[in-house]
Design a protein around this ligand. Structure first.
Ligand code: GLN
Length: 561
């Protein structure tokens, strides 16, 4: 196994994840098999309990792992299926060491960060990198490891030390360290500044790691004197100083790396030149250029709770992008904070209220993504009602589907107080009005890893529905889940009688997975999260359906399909 380790310095948010995945793409384009590991030095066991406001979306894997959103970038860029163990956290490492300590595995010994924690990290890396993630048998050629945070953080110290030991044990031919850094320009002098990078490389070297490459982030391309200075002061050959300057879209980054011959230098470092072929990035060139040249756009209203931080809905945005590109359109996303649509907001923040409704009315389609808690749910219901009544294409994902059910029960079944158990007062629950209920296998006292998570099968109940056709008339689909509540089986009968059809159910037939309203151009709710399996050249069928419906092309598409 050859390791490409990507660390970051100077500031966070440099796009280390995208850089690391792009390196993977270029190596894959050279015919190598690539896997990846993301290290998050925080203490949480996984990202499942972290707030999307603070940390961006929680990405869900096939195996139910709730992981950092960077794993989504790896899956999309490398077209692989990762496992929960491909995301290492301090929490997981300590948990495994402490479990062993309690079992008596270290009997007689003092358990310490070095060597016990660092050994656990190394073992984890070595065993997880051997898991095939591309659907083929046997291990990959290269494992790209991204270390989260910035070098020098207290939390990342044990990982840096473990990586240092790994580099020593696997030898120089099998280890390549790429340090991502920032080259700022001060407007007064207009000069590209190398000092922050010099300092962060010095910090890395003091910890025993020498970078073979620098990946320098900058707004404009690096000037030759800047490169020379970096090379001289950071002890990195000038040819190994890569530059990732700002580009119109992230699909250009693998191309940017290839244009700088990064693949050759990395392959040389890893002694892989013999088995690699010249990089074939035709697909990527095509995608990046198509995106740059799109002129027409489609307006999508995204009605959510966490709209302040676009990373909170990263996969949803990517899935919209994949679907739009397949239709030669640019997504134009109108972000709506659901609570701004509510009546209270008309009084308290009238301008925000008016703007939110204006965005909704101007949209060609409406999307209500997943979410937790009751904030904004009334606004989401208003959006769902607006889309249902005005025959505007609607896609409700997870919470968005539950919202459809509550809204329909309130407006059509006349159950004015219909609600989800999630939003009801737990001390005085109004059970007769729960159209969405807690699932028995969940836990109300423990939040981490206690939901219905990961891939589950949905069986189509009829071929005569939009979603089954969009999924090319297959009998079933396997999509990823992350929820604690479900549609109350007791109300299915009356919802269906009144026109809300459940066209997809789980294997037991008791759990509702897909709903549709037949006499509507596109009104679809899904209990799963189709966004997690969308890929650049393989858009999720449901997102594609939404965009086709928004641009009135769905009927023709379905007839042809
Ligand atoms: N809060 C809802 C539930 O737990 C929806 C979850 C989601 O949208 N991911 O069922």
């Amino acid at each position: 196994m050859k390791y490409v380790v990507v660390t970051g310095g100077v500031v966070s948010g440099l796009g280390k994840g995208v850089t690391a995945s792009s390196i993977g793409v270029v190596l894959k384009a050279c015919g190598l098999r690539v896997t990846s590991i993301k290290i998050d030095p925080y203490l949480n066991t996984d990202a499942g309990t972290m707030s999307p406001f603070e940390h961006g979306e929680v990405f869900v894997l096939d195996d139910g792992g709730e992981v950092d959103l960077d794993l989504g970038n790896y899956e999309r860029f490398l077209d692989v299926t990762l496992t929960r163990d491909n995301n290492i956290t301090t929490g997981k490492i300590y948990q495994s060491v402490l479990e062993k300590e309690r079992k008596g595995d270290y009997l007689g010994k003092t358990v310490q960060v070095v060597p016990h924690i660092t050994d656990a990290i190394r073992n984890w890396i070595e065993s997880v990198s051997a898991i095939p993630v591309d659907g083929k048998v046997g291990t990959a050629d290269v494992c790209v490891i991204e270390l989260g945070g910035t070098v020098g953080d207290i939390e990342s110290m044990p990982f840096i030390e473990a990586l240092r030991q790994l580099s020593f044990s696997v030898g120089p031919d099998n280890f390549c360290l790429i340090h991502v850094s920032l080259i700022p320009v001060l407007s007064v002098v207009g000069e590209q500044k190398t000092k922050p990078t010099q300092h962060s490389v010095r910090e890395l070297r003091a910890l025993g790691l020498t970078p073979h490459f620098l990946a320098c982030r900058s707004s404009q391309p690096l000037l030759e004197p800047t490169k020379e200075k970096l090379s001289q002061f950071c002890h990195v050959p000038a040819g190994n100083i890569l530059n990732i300057h700002d580009v119109p879209n992230i699909w250009h980054i693998p191309l940017l790396l290839r244009n700088q011959n990064a693949h050759n230098s990395i392959l040389k470092q890893l002694n892989l030149l013999d088995i690699a072929s010249p990089p074939d990035l035709r697909d990527w060139t095509n995608m990046a250029e198509t995106y740059d040249n799109l002129t027409n756009s489609v307006r999508i209203a995204l009605v959510g709770k966490y709209v302040g931080l676009t990373d909170s809905y990263l996969s949803v945005m990517k899935a919209l992008l994949h679907a739009c590109i397949a239709c030669s359109l640019k997504p134009s996303i109108g972000w709506i904070a659901a609570s701004d649509l509510e009546e209270d907001s008309a009084k308290l923040t009238p301008e925000a209220h008016a703007a939110a409704w204006e965005t909704l009315r101007n949209a060609a389609c409406v999307l209500v993504p997943g979410g937790f808690g009751d904030r904004g749910v009334r606004g989401m219901m208003l959006a769902a009602k607006y889309a249902r009544e005005n025959k505007i294409p609607y896609l409700g994902i997870c919470l968005g589907m539950q919202i459809s059910v509550i809204e329909f029960a309130r407006s059509v079944l006349g159950m004015e107080r219909a609600n989800s158990e999630e939003f009801d007062d737990p001390d005085a629950p109004d059970r007769s009005n729960h159209v969405v209920v807690f699932m028995p296998e969940g836990s109300k006292t423990h939040m981490g890893n206690t939901m219905r998570l990961g891939t589950r099968r949905t069986l189509f109940q009829t071929p005569d529905c939009i979603t089954s056709k969009l999924y090319h008339n297959t009998e079933y689909v396997d999509e990823r889940h992350r929820h604690r509540y479900e549609v109350n089986p007791d109300v299915i009968g009356s919802l269906e009688e009144h026109g809300l059809k459940f066209v997809g159910k789980d294997e037991s037939g008791k759990r509702m997975e897909i709903l549709e309203i037949p006499n509507h151009p596109f009104y679809v709710g899904v209990q799963f999260h189709p966004e997690f399996k969308s890929r650049p050249r393989r858009p999720s069928p449901l997102f594609l359906g939404l965009i086709l419906a928004a641009t009135r092309q769905l009927e023709t598409y379905l007839k042809r399909a």
